[in-house]
Design a protein around this ligand. Structure first.
Ligand code: RAT
Ligand code: ZN
Length: 444
């Protein structure tokens, strides 16, 4: 039993009721249990995190980088909710201009209804963070505010408000807008770390191999042996252009490995060996069921439970590859922790997309701490619009604080004192150094 304010063994059946703290926990600087929550909150808010998966873009990538109120309100998470609260058809909605789309969503979700969902509350929180009204009939004031910002200062301010030092991007070399910008050569921007995203290549080879061919790589539709060695050359060349911190792909719930498919071949013969050669981790985001409702476009993807034997095979067969793994199905989360206990080349990360709600984040994070200690990465924002990092990271900190302090209370009850530096070490490991170590980045 935990005695309030005192970190001692209090079990009546325990013969020795004296403090049994030894080693690093025995000093006078140990924290009283009733102080765990405020200290954890303080450490969480004063630690700058690395946001290890977003869809944000550095200013050098121009209009790809989304920010401001119209983008916030037309986030695809909100579009999905809009069609539940409005009779407007998707076809009608897509024919509107961006500002008109934002206006109809604002009216349906924020004026005619109370914005209670996680995604709608996020917009409210972002407005409030800038001192903007949160219950206006229209978006006039918010538009005026964002129009008055200069992007570079705004990014600095937003990162500071979100408590992040860097955002990791998602960069597709075959994106028709993005690819040519990289080919011209882009200055590196430490606040935005590149990632070589491989979805078009790995999942859409039959309609994208021609793009590689046009860039001078000798590839063919059947992904012959020569093609896979040319794909390796392509990846190495793009590594030189982008300097990515990892390679990534989002995979369906039905993903299997090994399998006699183009995906299986490209993974085993090109991507995995190149990741080893370049010493880069591969991020696998598994469980998406693409376009179950194509009428609502980006909002039309769903989730399916995956069979993780493919992941087991990858971790077991390629011990020299490192895998960052996020799974979309809630039902897969416990298995992921178990696999992470078996394979130290597997780093679970984030509570992705439909999982990024406090109730589910809480459940998953508790489970991960209980099974993995601090050897995982609790969250990424997946932000698509710059200001989203403000609310997403605020919510993560708010959800994590009681979970972490609860873990310290249990540890304390079991006989180990906890000091502020222990908490600082743990928070840094979870939100900075696990990722930095995995991606070979120096941290101070
Ligand atoms: O969360 C999202 O915004 C999804 O649409 C996906 O982009 C997902 O995060 C991904 O990276 O594929
Ligand atoms: Zn994403």
């Amino acid at each position: 039993m935990l005695l309030e304010g005192k970190c001692i063994f209090g079990m009546s059946s325990t013969p020795n009721t004296q403090s049994v703290f030894t080693g690093k926990g025995s000093s006078a600087d140990s924290i009283e249990p009733d102080q765990f929550l405020p200290v954890v909150q303080e450490v969480l808010s004063s630690t700058a995190f690395i946001d290890m998966h977003t869809h944000l873009f550095s200013p050098a990538l121009g209009k790809l980088g989304l920010w401001g109120i119209d983008e916030l309100v037309t986030y695809h998470y909100l579009e999905a909710e809009f069609f539940r609260s409005s009779s407007m058809t998707p076809e009608h909605y897509w024919a509107l201009e961006k500002q008109q789309q934002a206006d109809v969503i604002w009216r349906a979700l924020f004026v005619e209804n109370t914005p209670l969902s996680e995604a709608t509350r996020g917009v409210v929180a972002a407005l409030q963070a800038f001192g903007l009204p949160t219950d206006c009939a229209d978006l006039k004031d918010a538009r005026a505010f964002f129009a008055a910002q200069t992007l570079d200062d705004h990014i600095r301010r937003v990162f500071e408000m979100a408590g992040i030092s860097a955002a990791v991007m998602t960069n597709d070399p075959l994106d028709p807008i993005e690819g040519p910008l990289w080919m011209k050569g882009l200055e590196s921007e430490p606040r935005f770390q590149p990632v070589l995203r491989l979805d078009r290549i790995l999942l859409g080879w039959s309609s994208h191999w021609q793009q590689l061919a046009a860039q001078g790589y000798e590839v063919d539709e059947s992904a012959s042996r020569e093609s896979t060695s040319e794909l390796r050359r392509f990846l190495v060349d793009w590594h030189v252009l982008m300097r990515p911190v990892y390679m990534a792909v989002s995979l369906p719930d039905l993903f299997q490995f090994p399998e006699p498919s183009i995906l299986g071949k490209l993974l085993s013969e090109a991507v995995l060996p190149t990741c080893r050669e370049l010493d880069l981790p591969l991020s696998l985001m598994i469980g998406v069921r693409k376009q179950v409702n194509p009428r609502i476009r980006l909002a039309g993807d769903a989730v399916g439970r995956a069979d993780l034997r493919g992941l087991e095979h990858l971790c077991a067969t390629y011990p020299d590859n490192r895998f960052l793994v996020s799974l979309l199905s809630r039902e897969n989360q416990h298995e992921l922790c178990v696999y992470a206990r078996k394979f130290n080349n597997l780093m679970p990360f984030g509570c992705w997309w439909f999982l990024n709600n406090p109730s589910i984040v809480e459940e998953i994070t508790r489970e991960r701490i209980e099974l993995l200690g601090t050897s995982f990465i609790p969250q990424h924002s997946d932000a698509r619009v710059l200001e989203q990092v403000i609310y997403k990271w605020r919510n993560t900190r708010a959800t994590l604080a009681p979970i972490l302090s609860g873990s310290y209370r249990l540890l304390c009850r079991d006989g180990r004192a906890v000091r502020r530096q222990d908490i600082e070490h743990d928070v840094k490991r979870l939100f900075v150094s696990n990722f930095a170590r995995w991606t070979n980045q120096e941290i101070n």
